[in-house]
Design a protein around this ligand. Sequence first.
Ligand code: AMP
Length: 210
Amino acid sequence: MRKETPPNAIVFIGPPGSGKGTQAERLKGYQHISTGDLLRAEIQKGTPLGLSCKEKIEKGEMVPDSLISSLIESHFSPQILLDGYPRTVAQAEWLQDKVHISQVFFFDVDVDQLVERLTNRRVCSTCKCVYNLVFKPPVKPFTCDKCDTPLIQRADDNEQVIRNRMRVYQSETAPLIDFYKKKGILTRLDAGNNPDALAKIIHDKIFKKS
Ligand code: AMP
């Protein structure tokens, strides 16, 4: 029996608010899979999965692996960009049996800068476009430039929850940096760089195979 070719995956890891979603929106040729967006969509639709993870997300805690793995697998396609997955070494081990990971980008940024970035973050509830009231405000106040929908603040973008998400990132997700460094597929990005410069570095690394 012929074995199916596994999806080719690019992985973005980095603390909340480090710019992964913004860069994912800009990268063409890969289907963007954000586990956070998928989970928020389940909450919005009021599905059993959404109801069971709502409280965890609002507290900034990790959603159990058993709920995430089938959700993410149902969105696989030949070329995927994973944003927010994996988030633990156990998830990374599960993933390596399912996909071929060609590159992992680590968005390195001073965690102290992120609290301010995240409290000022607003997102479009329709097209998921991300804004910042200070660094990237919409043209029309509180309205998406692309689709004219009112912008919202995520329930987990308040200071107390943000600090909890940072703690969870440091203890659960940061170990992935060494995990992928040892495999020789990790590229560190200075996520404090301007978004255009970062987008070019990412694009060249993927498509020019430097
Ligand atoms: P994000 O949009 O990536 O910041 O994710 C928002 C929230 O969704 C996180 O704080 C977690 O509660 C949950 N979440 C997203 N991805 C994962 C994952 N891979 N494993 C566990 N929980 C996740």
